[in-house]
Ligand binder design. Sequence first.
Ligand SMILES: Cc1cc2nc3c(=O)[nH]c(=O)nc-3n(C[C@H](O)[C@H](O)[C@H](O)COP(=O)(O)OP(=O)(O)OC[C@H]3O[C@@H](n4cnc5c(N)ncnc54)[C@H](O)[C@@H]3O)c2cc1C
Ligand code: SF4
Ligand code: SF4
Ligand code: SF4
Length: 400
Amino acid sequence: MSNKLLPQIAFLNGACCGCGACAAACPKGCVAMEPDAWGFPRPSVDAGACVGCGACERACPALGERAADGLERVLWARSRDEGELVRSSSGGVFGLLARRALAEGGLVAGAAWADGCGSVRHVVVEEESGLDSVMRSKYVQSSVGPEVYRAVQDALRSGRRVLFSGTACQVAGMRGYLGRLAGSELFLAVDVICHGVPSPELWRRWVEHVGAREGGAVTSVNMRGKEAGWLSFSERYECAAGEGGDGHTCSTVFNEDWYMRAFLANVSLRPSCFSCPAKRSSGSDVTLGDFWGVQAQQPEAFDDRGVSAVLANTPKGAAALEAVLPGFEWGESSLERVLPGNPCLTGSVRPYRDREAFMAALAGGASIPDMMRRWSFEPGLRQRVVSKAKGVAKRLLRRA
Ligand SMILES: Cc1cc2nc3c(=O)[nH]c(=O)nc-3n(C[C@H](O)[C@H](O)[C@H](O)COP(=O)(O)OP(=O)(O)OC[C@H]3O[C@@H](n4cnc5c(N)ncnc54)[C@H](O)[C@@H]3O)c2cc1C
Ligand code: SF4
Ligand code: SF4
Ligand code: SF4
């Protein structure tokens, strides 16, 4: 078959966000999601089996136009349940929405650690005991397999509630796959404000590196530990006992953890994240994020155990939030208050200046210690001087 007859999904290159909707939608099973050199999932089409039906293209969030998301209400919120708050990345809104969906006999789909902690995959949770696995942010691209798409579709068809959570492109992919079923009152889509997703291959090597450094394989990770507070969140790695050693936990504040510095420097993100096709147009009912900058915007809402920024995009999302609000300390907010600390809500980040060389080294098999020597992502002297000067200026202004 000539290239001309392949569906458009085969030619998206950097625009593909890896949501997996095309593979799930193909009636011939001729799209497989395969990892590229950075571990990002990409579709591979079996040209011989493709019948040109276009189902993959209709499901794809990187093709075609979608309506902009609406906005019913913006809130700040944090769970009244201290345990839930500390276990969550931000204010614990996801946990309460998910608990409600399960209590009503529904299912929840979200991102969980897989292969030990070597990768992240979407899973379906049907019992409260499984909920912890999909809580907390994992800063690695999560794969959404066809089995998750089908489980969501089957549940909705059989009259069960579904809460699907993920990045905006994953929500758009799920909605594209579901078609008209996405409009069901039983379907609640929750997206997270998304900075972008880092390379699964970088994460795999980083976890191996931490295991070797600590003398025992990493068995559990919390990328949003709150031991030192929400603002200074920590990377917490639990490691198994190595030869002659004990199992132990190591914890590093996020800006001292090399993997997190690389993430926040925008060097390890998927190419589509620099021109996101789904921000504020995923069709999600609720958008959740950290309310960074809440101290300045709404000081009365600040709590260093975590505060969420919550956007109800649809009447369905607003009703779902209303039902769980008694579980929160909360107040009204606005887009204007959320945006200054959270520009990723509406805009894509810019790539790190040396990103191509970094990604080439990763694809070429460079070790983590080699990459750490070459790229530290420490703020440069100029940046440190500028931020120190800004801090001094702010203190002087406050005194004035
Ligand atoms: C890759 C990524 C980037 C983010 N960037 C920002 C940002 O720039 N600004 C901001 O304010 N907030 C960002 N967030 C969202 C924030 O970290 C919290 O996830 C959000 O505030 C919800 O917190 P919570 O306390 O309500 O619940 P939590 O229990 O912390 O919620 C976790 C939710 O995140 C989902 N999730 C976790 N990891 C992944 C993943 N790898 N892929 C898809 N979904 C995942 C889970 O399915 C669940 O729905 C990001 C999250 C992720 C995963
Ligand atoms: S056009 Fe149809 S058969 Fe071909 S890959 Fe897409 S969904 Fe599959
Ligand atoms: S964006 Fe999603 S649906 Fe489109 S080609 Fe990529 S993986 Fe497939
Ligand atoms: S930035 Fe956009 S393309 Fe990248 S993971 Fe987030 S929602 Fe998807």
